[in-house]
Design a binder for this molecule. Structure first.
Ligand code: DOR
Ligand code: ZN
Length: 377
């Protein structure tokens, strides 16, 4: 739902038919616009040191707030480390930026529930992240057995601190494409049964099974983020004419039927689903390697990709819910007051293939047309 007074005039008219005579009209109609509260990114990797200062402006340019992943080396496992990391992020922002980083505690087998609860009470921690040990980049210090953390989950249930979940099992006998579905069955469902009041975000969902599992839950207790890459490519993209390391991320992109399920979920506007880019930059050489890192850097193209996906699904009316409302409601934060107008250009946008620091930027397999036109603060 859009707030009162917001115009979403995206120029799609039911019953409109294309054809030779209609082409001219279509071209005219494509100069469309959409105005929504400024979006937030509910899942991003900003890294640290030199990489931090090059990627922060790309996120801060588009998003008002972001949930910042804690999988640094060493990981952000305590509130003092989170407060320092937050200060480094703020110091790396362009002058005048009002971007707000929201910090996350990286759970380990030894997480101090008292420090986590105190950090949340002081406003340092917005959430805590469960990385199963070995599941992804910088997850070696993650959790080896979730049942060992029942005291932490109990404390989080009481203090209503959301648990953010990387939902993949790491067992060698499980096919990499099945890791998410098996995680839901073996780990997440029992965890939720043990902690029915724990508020959970299943991060970067990739499968029809995850969509269905999340849809069945109370949206105040279980929600999911969806990335621009999982919405716009299927697993063929990793092998198009050769091995494509820049399409490799975890959870790995899946079959087309899963992409379609994600698209339906995101584009429905359903409050269970919201925007989380999982933008995860790695130096180019670490991706183009015999053992390449998992992670797709999409901050510069994310919003344009999401808008294109929604437009192609004829669902721009639901874009505000997905990009600017559902996440804030789940996190019990106010909607952003700044209104942003995006406009659709008739000609494809020219986007940079790499960032200034040389990180390859995600490009979906279709042209991008949407860009920010103006802001009303
Ligand atoms: O592809 C990924 N990259 N998935 C993750 O879960 C972590 C991320 C990273 O930090 O590079
Ligand atoms: Zn991530």
């Amino acid at each position: 739902m859009l707030p009162a007074g917001v115009i979403a005039d995206h120029g799609r008219h039911p019953g409109f038919r294309t054809g030779p005579a209609a082409c001219y009209i279509l071209a005219a109609m494509k100069s469309s616009q959409i105005t929504i509260p400024q979006p937030d990114d509910w899942h991003v990797h900003l890294r640290d040191d030199a990489m931090l200062s090059t990627v922060v402006p790309d996120t801060a340019r588009h998003f008002a707030r972001a949930i910042v992943m804690p999988n640094l080396k060493p990981a952000i496992t305590h509130s003092a480390a989170a407060a320092e990391y937050r200060a480094r992020i703020l110091a790396a922002l362009p002058r005048g930026s009002t971007f707000e980083p929201l910090m996350v505690c990286y759970l380990t087998d030894h997480t101090d529930a008292t420090d986590l609860s105190a950090g949340a009470a002081q406003g340092i921690f917005t959430a805590a992240k469960l990385y199963p040990a070995g599941a992804t980049t910088n997850s070696a210090a993650g959790v080896t057995d979730v049942t060992k953390l029942d005291n932490v989950f109990e404390a989080m249930s009481v203090s209503q601190v959301p648990l953010l979940v990387h939902g993949e099992v790491v067992d060698d006998d499980i096919d990499v494409f099945d890791r998410e579905a098996v995680f839901i069955e073996r780990i997440l469902a029992p965890l939720r049964a043990r902690h029915p009041q724990l508020r959970i975000v299943l991060e970067h969902i990739t499968t029809a099974e995850a969509v269905a599992y999340v849809a069945a839950a109370d949206p105040d207790l279980l929600a999911a983020t969806i990335t621009p890459h999982h919405l716009s490519v299927n697993r063929n993209a990793m092998f198009q004419g050769g091995l494509r390391p820049h399409m490799y991320c975890l959870p790995i992109v899946k079959r087309e039927r899963h992409r379609r399920a994600l698209e339906s979920a995101a584009c429905s506007g359903d409050s269970h689903y919201f925007l989380g880019t999982d933008s995860a930059p790695h130096p180019r050489a670490d991706k183009e390697s015999a053992c390449g890192c998992a992670g797709i850097y999409n901050s510069p193209t994310a919003l344009a990709t999401y808008l294109e996906v929604f437009e192609r699904a004829n669902a721009l009316d639901n874009f505000s819910a997905f990009a600017a409302e559902n996440g804030a409601r789940f996190y019990r934060l106010p909607l952003n007051e700044t209104l942003v107008t995006y406009t659709r250009s008739q000609t494809p946008l020219e986007t940079a293939p790499v960032s200034e620091s040389g990180v390859v930027i995600f490009q979906p397999p279709f042209a991008l047309h949407w860009q920010e036109l103006k802001r009303d603060v």
